[in-house]
Design a protein around this ligand. Structure first.
Ligand code: SAH
Length: 499
């Protein structure tokens, strides 16, 4: 059983980041023992331009029989032999899906402690599976993967025996998919859809399979047009469990369609998941802290400055109290990804009237940013050279002057707590600086003084008694409400503005 995942990259955004995302070093071959055999992970290629990770599961057919899971379905005479002679060892199936979730557990959850921003990024991915049992053939492959935005490059039936073409095709296909998405989403989709195509689950269906399905389906299954077929096959056609899954998916779908109901329904779904401990990724904790501060400030019209790929904009859209949401970024690429994530093109009028994406730089004043209730700069200041900060300060606090400004940035003191971060390293290759709590406060206190704001500090993430939280957030509230200085396109602050 074999599957490869490839990505492409550039010197600035190397493809070998795949190693971080999968938590498997590209220069090592690693083996993991799973309940069905040994899983090997290795990289046939690993350069900045192209990187491929391979997962090979060496199934132990005898172990399968002993566990009572490799039984043939034929009548009595074949059954004994079918236990040992079956397709399990080489066909990508539910067993490969189980191995995938075991070996790449953190990647499936979208966790990467060393590079917390990486899992959120969409990447050009290519998945190849040489032998995939597909009951329903190419047509079903399309119905399953097309709605998720995958490009099906190849779905070729594998002949029963190459030497005897007249025997026709086997029920296996060679599948090649390409798409631009987050690795965690891709893995979670494969985790569900491989056994769905196989349609022969080789392990016991326990009631918590519904939870697993909902967790793996987070963000894509509720709105998938084939979610009935997917749930039914994933749950081995178990009627009651399938119905349970579909009812819960419907709740999720309603919540996604109507922002006002999100919270209540989210909780309803979450209660059933509490049995398993899942650490909340720092990026999610940060978003929650930002949303809470914006609600507390009573902000309705919000700027997300340096919005990146639009995760916060997406979260803001789900709450009706945010009536106007503007995402701005200097990077066109980030904005394109944000537009895709938000499905701007397919958005209904009511939603699309609430949101706008702008290209612009925080190093320049910009009239379009005047008159908002709040501005968020989440993990942005550290991407600018320190010498540019006075310009940013002036553009935001001198010119745009929203009532509330939230600024988050890494707390460098916390870096010693990241297990996989080598000493003296910053968390992201593009960080120009990372500050201690004292350095951040010195800057933020200065900004507040110079521009008529109060400032409070909020820890985000585990607040370590010694080194503080991983993320620090400053909440600025305007005290001096005199009109903004709207002199445009000034890259340098007025005299006396800079520290
Ligand atoms: N706010 C997002 C993204 C943080 S990454 C989040 O919290 O996840 C930093 C972002 O700042 C990148 O998208 C980068 O393109 C943007 N950025 C860097 N310099 C900028 C500038 N001068 N003006 C506007 N955006 C900038």
């Amino acid at each position: 059983m074999f599957l490869t995942i490839s990505t492409t990259g550039s010197p600035e955004r190397p493809a070998t980041d795949l190693g971080y995302l999968l938590h498997k070093h590209p220069e090592k071959t690693q083996a993991f023992s799973t309940s069905h055999g040994t899983a090997h992970v290795f990289y046939p290629e690993a350069t900045a331009e192209r990187c491929t990770a391979a997962l090979l599961l060496e199934v132990d057919p005898v172990a399968l029989v002993r566990r009572g899971q490799g039984k043939g379905r034929g009548g009595a005479p074949d059954a004994a032999l079918a236990q040992y002679v079956n397709d399990r060892p080489y066909a990508a199936s539910s067993l490969l899906a189980v191995a995938l979730s075991g070996v790449f557990r953190s990647a499936l959850k979208g966790q990467c402690v060393a590079r917390p921003e990486l899992p959120e990024e969409q990447r050009a991915l290519r998945v190849e599976i040489p032998a995939l049992p597909a009951r329903g053939g190419a047509e079903l492959v399309h119905r399953l993967f097309d709605p998720l935005g995958w490009d099906i490059v190849d779905v070729e039936p594998v002949p029963l025996d190459e030497r005897f073409p007249e025997w026709g095709d086997s029920r296996y296909v060679r599948l090649v998919l390409e798409g631009e998405l987050r690795l965690a989403d891709a893995l979670r989709q494969l985790y569900v859809l491989l056994p769905v195509l196989d349609d022969a689950k080789h392990y016991w269906i326990a009631p918590d399979e519904v939870d697993k399905l909902l967790r793996a389906g987070d963000g894509w299954l509720a709105t998938h047009p084939e979610n009935g077929l997917i749930s039914s096959r994933y749950l081995a056609r178990h009627k009651r469990l399938t119905q349970d899954a579909l009812e819960r998916l419907e709740l999720v779908r309603l919540a996604e369609a109507d922002g006002s109901e999100v919270e209540e329904l989210d909780n309803a779904v979450d209660e059933t998941r509490d049995t398993e401990e899942r650490p909340v990724p720092l990026a999610v904790q940060r978003r929650e802290a930002i949303l809470a501060a914006l609600r507390a400030a009573g902000a309705a019209r919000v700027l997300d400055l340096g919005c990146g790929q639009g995760q916060l904009v997406q979260a803001l859209l789900k709450e009706v109290s945010f009536t106007e949401i503007v995402g701005m970024d200097v990077s066109m690429r980030a904005l394109n990804l944000a537009a895709k994530r938000l499905r701007l093109e397919r958005m209904g009028e009511r939603q699309s009237s609430r949101v706008r994406l702008l290209q612009g730089s925080l190093a320049y004043t910009d009239k379009r940013l005047a008159g908002y209730d709040a501005a968020v700069l989440s993990e942005v200041i550290e991407h600018l050279d320190v010498e540019r900060l006075p310009a940013l300060e002036y553009a935001v606090f001198g010119s745009a002057r929203p009532r509330t400004v939230l600024v988050t940035t890494p707390n460098v003191e916390y870096n010693v707590r990241w297990e996989t971060l080598p000493a003296g390293h910053v968390r992201h290759g593009d960080h120009r600086f990372e500050w201690t709590r004292e350095e951040f406060r010195a800057w933020a206190d200065g900004v507040a003084n110079r521009h008529g704001y109060d400032v409070a500090y909020v820890p985000v993430g585990d607040d370590d008694p010694e080194v503080g939280p991983p993320t620090q957030m400053a909440v600025f509230t305007q005290t001096d409400t005199t009109a903004a200085d709207t002199t445009d396109t000034t890259d340098t602050p007025k005299e006396g503005e800079a520290a």
